[in-house]
Design a protein around this ligand. Structure first.
Ligand code: 5AD
Ligand code: SF4
Ligand code: FES
Length: 338
């Protein structure tokens, strides 16, 4: 499955890509790390993640909580549990909360809007609310924006249109991009991103992924390794090395110097030092998981997920030590789009 260039690449991007092809992993990470420090300083922004529902009507081939995986114990946090997770994170100093869930129709848009309003009220507007709820209608996005949601995460997963429809059970890349454009129009700070090492992906796909993130003018770009989940149709796919993901992080840092990029939990799950390596390769965000620990094991999009037994607060302590090993420090500020 290959896809060909559809648009002429502008010359600045072309130069960056030419250099990317020539550079070793080490040199590329060093250059992207330098750009990251120049733009973002040495602070690593924190986002408190709340995985509030693992119910999903979709059946993405790669995903451990896909509809077809009947081994998963389905859960949804109550509104009281979400509020408690936010309280704990806010008291520990977090100023961004990410509400993430599967595409779960049992959570109505008005119910989510009520939670968003509560968070904005509780934090006196001092915290940003980020949503990650998949594709919704423009009307729903507008309603949630009016309720106070500031940001939205919607990875496009892969820029190869054929591969996208295949992996996402017929849903087109074009529909994903339309949703991202709706979010931009509604003035959400918009995050996208993709997995690296999907079966059927080529080096050209990875370059095209980075170019698409740039074309979309993404404020945030989440890039993580694809980890084959044993209870999915992609169980037998090979695990690609973390170095491919690190190169992708660096390329996006060079193409979009101002964007916020997490050192993903998936990177930390593939390699014990994966998040630190991603920070050194150009990432500037970490996402401690505030989901109550009793639910964490049931939200495994990929296998081997770390921090399942630790509370989010414990992880913040752990992360503050880890970032020091790569010459960085935690930054508890709201970290708006630049
Ligand atoms: N491996 C790595 N990342 C995955 N995601 C879903 N399934 C997997 C997997 N098997 C990622 C997708 C999704 C994000 C929330 O998790 O990119 O957008
Ligand atoms: Fe559902 Fe998202 Fe998993 Fe797809 S990737 S099955 S939409 S939770
Ligand atoms: Fe969770 Fe280290 S970051 S235990």
């Amino acid at each position: 499955m290959t896809s060909r260039p559809t648009v002429a690449i502008e010359s600045e991007a072309q130069q960056i890509i030419d250099r990317y092809h020539e550079m070793s992993d080490l040199d590329l990470a060093a250059e992207a790390g330098k750009v990251c420090r120049q733009v973002h300083g040495e602070g690593v922004l924190l986002r408190g993640l709340i995985e509030f529902s693992n119910r999903c009507t979709r059946n993405c081939l790669y995903c451990g909580i896909r509809r077809g995986n009947h081994h998963v114990q389905r859960y949804s946090l109550s509104e009281a549990e979400i509020r408690e997770s936010v309280r704990v994170g806010f008291q520990r100093g977090l100023r961004t909360f990410v509400l993430q869930g599967g595409e779960d129709p049992l959570w109505s848009t008005t119910d989510i809007a009520r939670v968003v309003e509560w968070i904005k009220d509780y934090t006196c507007g001092e915290a940003a609310v980020t949503l990650s709820l998949g594709i919704k209608s423009r009307r729903c996005y507008a309603l949630l924006r009016r309720a106070g949601a500031d940001r939205y995460l919607l990875r496009f997963e892969t820029s190869n249109p054929e591969l996208h429809s295949y992996l996402r059970d017929g849903i087109s890349l074009a529909r994903r991009i339309e949703a991202l454009k709706d979010l931009k129009d509604l003035e959400y700070e918009t995050g996208t991103g993709y997995m690296v090492g999907l079966p059927g992906e080529s080096e050209w796909t990875r370059v095209r992924n980075a170019l698409l993130a740039r074309e979309l003018k993404a404020d945030m770009v989440g890039i993580g390794p694809f980890l084959p989940h044993p209870q999915t149709p992609l169980a037998g796919s090979p695990q690609q090395p973390l170095s491919l993901t690190l190169r992708a992080v660096s390329l996006v840092r060079l193409l979009l110097p101002r964007c916020h990029m997490p050192a993903t939990t998936a990177a930390g799950s593939l390699d014990p030092a994966g998040r630190e390596k991603a920070l050194s390769a150009g990432a500037n965000v970490l996402m401690p998981n505030l989901t109550p620990t009793i639910y964490k094991a049931d939200y495994q999009l990929y296998p081997g997920k770390i921090c399942l037994d630790e509370s989010g607060v414990k992880c913040i302590g752990c992360l503050s030590l880890r970032v020091k090993t790569v010459g960085r420090r935690l930054d508890f500020s709201i970290g708006a789009a630049l």
